[in-house]
Design a protein around this ligand. Structure first.
Ligand code: IPM
Ligand code: MN
Length: 338
C-alpha cells in the first residue's frame, strides 16, 4: 500500500515552474502519489502584494512532509526588489526557521566535463557562518562608515554538520571526508571546525580524513576532482564551492540540493542549485535535471528509496544525451530510460 506524501510546492519565479512541473511528472511516473499544495511565493508574489513569507504561511509550511522549491528571484537588473529581500526573507528564513542545518549537494561529473566519472558531495553547514546575520553598520553613508559581518560558528552547529558528513562518508564505497576551510587565516572558526573533525573522526576509523584550504580546494576541484568523497565545509565556502563543483561536473543545470533537517522536527526542503534564469524563461530551454534530481533526493528522504535510485540512475544515464533537447524532451528521454 502506498502512502500519500504531503508536499508543499513553491515553484517560484522564472524557470522555477517549468522545472518543478517536470520533477513532479517524474515522481508520478514512479508511481509515487503526492498530495501537493502550491504556495505562491517569490519575486512575482512580492511585487504583487509585498508578501515575502509571513508567519501564517511559515506555520502552514511546517505541517508538510517536504517542500519542493523551483527557483526564487527577480530578473537581472530588476531594481524593484532590494537585494536580500527574498534571499534573507524567504530562502534563508526557511533554512533557519525549519532548522535545515545541512545543505547536501551531490555531484556526478557528466561525460565530457572536467569531473567526468567523479562522484562526490558537498555537505554544507546551512544555518550559521557569515549567513547568520551577525554584524551591523555604523555611521552609514559617511566617510567613516563601518560595516561588520561576522561568521557565527557554534560547537553544536559545527558538530551536527560534521557528524552528518561522517555518517555519509562512512557509507561510500571509498569512505573519505575532506574538511575545507581556511584554518590558516580564520583561526578561531577554523580551529573549532578542525577540532570537531578530529574528535568525530575517532568514531569513524574506516573514513580517510583530509583537510584542504578553500583556495587549494578550488584548484583541486578543477584539476583532480576524483580525490573527493564528502567535502564538509561552512555555509559560505559551501555556497561558493558548490557553484564551482556544479560547473566542473557539467553545469549548474545538473546540480541538485537537499536542505535537510535530519532530526525531522519539520519538513526538509529540496531545490535545484540554479536560479530563476529569467533570460530563458518560457522558451523550453531550461534543463530540468537539477530539479528532477532534487525531487529524487526528496523521495530518498521520504523513504521511497527504490524510486529515488531509479530516478538518480536515469538522470546519470541521460545526462550526456540532452544537447539540443527542450525541457520536456529531456524529461521524456529520462522517462524512457526508467
Ligand atoms: C544557494 C543560493 C543561496 C545561498 C542564495 C540565493 C541566498 O546561492 O542556495 O546556493 O547563498 O545559499
Ligand atoms: Mn549559491
Amino acid at each position: 500500500m502506498t502512502q500519500k506524501h504531503r508536499i508543499a510546492v513553491i515553484s517560484g519565479d522564472g524557470i522555477g515552474p517549468e522545472v518543478v512541473a517536470e520533477a513532479l511528472r517524474v515522481v508520478s511516473a514512479c508511481g509515487i502519489e503526492l498530495e501537493t499544495t502550491s504556495f505562491d511565493l517569490g519575486a512575482a508574489r512580492y511585487l504583487r502584494d509585498g508578501m515575502v513569507l509571513d508567519d501564517a504561511t511559515l506555520g502552514e509550511l511546517r505541517t508538510f512532509d517536504a517542500i519542493l522549491l523551483g527557483a526564487i528571484g527577480p530578473a537581472l537588473g530588476d531594481s524593484r526588489i532590494p537585494g536580500g529581500t527574498l534571499e534573507r526573507g524567504l530562502l534563508l528564513r526557511l533554512r533557519f526557521e525549519l532548522d535545515l542545518y545541512i545543505n547536501f549537494r551531490p555531484f556526478r561529473g557528466v561525460p565530457g566535463s572536467l569531473a567526468e566519472a567523479c562522484e562526490f558531495a558537498i555537505v554544507r553547514e546551512n544555518t550559521e557562518g557569515p549567513y547568520a546575520g551577525e554584524g551591523g553598520v555604523l555611521r552609514k553613508g559617511t566617510s567613516h562608515e563601518v560595516a561588520t559581518q561576522g561568521s557565527v560558528n557554534t560547537r553544536m552547529g559545527v558538530e551536527r554538520c560534521v557528524r552528518f558528513a561522517f555518517e555519509r562518508a562512512s557509507r561510500l564505497s571509498v569512505p573519505r571526508l575532506t574538511l575545507v576551510h581556511k584554518t590558516n587565516v580564520l583561526t578561531f572558526a577554523g580551529d573549532l571546525w578542525q577540532r570537531v573533525v578530529n574528535e568525530v573522526a575517532s568514531e569513524y576509523p574506516t573514513v580517510a580524513v583530509d583537510y584542504n584550504h578553500v583556495d587549494a580546494a578550488c584548484i583541486y576541484l578543477v584539476d583532480s576532482p576524483s580525490r573527493y568523497g564528502i567535502i564538509v565545509t561552512d555555509n559560505l565556502f559551501g555556497d561558493i564551492l558548490s557553484d564551482l563543483a556544479g560547473a566542473v561536473s557539467g553545469g549548474i543545470g545538473f546540480a541538485a540540493s537537499a536542505n535537510l533537517n535530519p532530526s525531522r522536527s519539520g519538513p526538509s526542503l529540496f531545490e535545484p542549485v540554479h536560479g530563476a534564469a529569467h533570460d530563458i524563461t518560457g522558451q523550453g530551454r531550461a534543463n530540468p535535471l537539477a530539479a528532477i534530481s532534487s525531487a529524487a533526493l526528496m523521495l530518498e528522504h521520504l523513504g521511497e528509496n527504490e524510486a529515488a535510485l531509479k530516478v538518480h540512475a536515469a538522470v546519470a544515464d541521460c545526462a550526456e544525451a540532452i544537447a539540443g533537447l527542450s525541457t520536456t524532451e529531456i524529461t521524456d528521454a529520462l522517462l524512457q530510460r526508467m
